[in-house]
Design a protein around this ligand. Structure first.
Ligand SMILES: [Zn+2]
Ligand SMILES: [Zn+2]
Length: 384
């Protein structure tokens, strides 16, 4: 007959040990053999498994009774469970001790506020605080959004509100996913690792597989938080103030670290990417600190020369066109571009396009007909 495991011996307690004695014994040795403190130590791992199993059974009155009865039959011993000086415990107690050991990782705390709000929960925990089990929450996805700003805002920079929906850390459980009583225990199958090693038959190679008992989280939630149903995040519609720097080009992507979806069960935060769409100015275009525009002028102005009005960032400026100005001639006006600093400023380039009218009134037609009579005959090479 196969020898049964002696859970009392494993925990080093007497047969009539009280619940508290069992709990204290487990806590003392479990820390010593905890997998996070004994990385890669197979023996410690086995020992921890045995301890967890023993504790799971002996701390639960029903399971303990069944175990004792079976033990009595197999050993031929006759002892009575009624002499025990133990009080009956609810199964919630079993989970509480695990929770004492489980300390949520601080590594993915996003803000100071977050860290601080978390402290009160840690303060409630026992001296087993020094055992740190890494949380294995699912990382949050990135959030992508767009924002449209005006041409002038793209130059000066601006601050805008953007509205988005994202998963945020559940305030009720602070992202852990458990109810207020924090009922969460180390997964008995993978003992908190989130992975189990399995040796396929005829192979010495061990394969790590995601633990299917806890989905790789390493912990099991016994009473999920009612607000987030145990995933530690809730959908929120949120307005964020986003700072858009000066001289932002159309199509630029702003990255706001950790402002994407919160990870499930305190997994890392995703990032927020904001694509900046710069609305076109009716006339002006930007080229670094220089501005460019195309201005239509009549052929009479091009031929005779004259003053034309050109747009600037703040209003208008005058530009003197010389007589005989040819189509697509570009003029540069210094210091009408964008200010680089106190002393430097870009330039404004104005390219003139000769506009041929499609509709002429009677007077214009009459005058042009007069002109046409004396218009020079241009040669094919454009010279006369
Ligand atoms: Zn919650
Ligand atoms: Zn597991």
């Amino acid at each position: 007959m196969k020898k049964r495991k002696d859970h009392y011996r494993t925990l080093g307690v007497d047969f009539d040990a009280t619940y508290d004695e069992i709990k204290n014994a487990y806590r003392k040795v479990a820390i010593q053999y905890h997998p996070d403190k004994n990385l890669g130590d197979q023996q410690a791992e086995e020992k921890f498994k045995a301890l967890s199993e023993a504790y799971t059974i002996l701390s639960n009155p029903d399971q303990r009774r069944i175990y004792d009865q079976a033990e009595r039959v197999s050993s031929g011993l006759n002892y009575s469970t009624s002499s025990r000086k133990t009080a009956e415990h609810s199964s919630a107690d079993l989970n509480n001790i695990f929770n004492d050991i489980l300390k949520p990782s601080k590594s993915n705390s996003k803000t100071n506020e977050y860290t601080n709000s978390h402290k009160h929960r840690q303060q409630k925990t026992s001296p087993t605080d020094n055992v740190d089990i890494k949380t294995r929450g699912k990382p949050g996805n990135d959030v992508n959004t767009e924002i449209a700003i005006s041409f002038a805002q793209s130059i000066s920079g601006t601050e805008e509100n953007i509205r988005l929906k994202r998963n945020e850390t559940c305030k009720t459980c602070e992202g852990i996913g458990t109810s207020e009583e924090s009922i969460q225990s180390i997964c008995p199958r993978c003992i908190g690792k989130g992975q189990v090693s399995q040796s396929p038959s005829l192979s010495k190679v061990k394969l790590d597989q995601i633990c299917n008992r806890c989905d790789g989280k390493g912990t099991i939630i016994h009473q999920p938080c009612e607000n987030c149903h145990g995933i530690g995040v809730v959908k929120k519609e949120r307005t964020l103030r986003v700072k858009i720097p000066s001289m932002t080009d159309n199509g630029s992507l702003l990255r706001l670290t950790n402002q994407g979806h919160a990870g499930e069960n305190r997994g890392n935060f995703g990032n927020l990417f904001v694509k900046v769409v710069v609305e076109k100015h009716p006339v002006l275009e930007r080229d670094g600190y220089d501005l460019k525009c195309h201005i239509p002028i009549g052929f009479a102005t091009a031929a005779l020369g004259g003053k034309i009005e050109v747009p600037t960032l703040t209003g208008h400026a005058k530009l003197e066109i010389p007589s005989g100005t040819q189509p697509n001639k570009t003029f540069q006006i210094n210091n009408l571009g964008i200010k680089k600093n106190k002393d430097e400023q870009g330039n404004l380039s104005v390219t003139v396009e000769i506009y041929v009218p499609t509709k002429l009134n009677k007077k214009q037609q009459k005058l042009l007909r007069e002109y046409k009579k004396i218009e020079p005959k241009y040669k094919f090479n454009g010279k006369n």
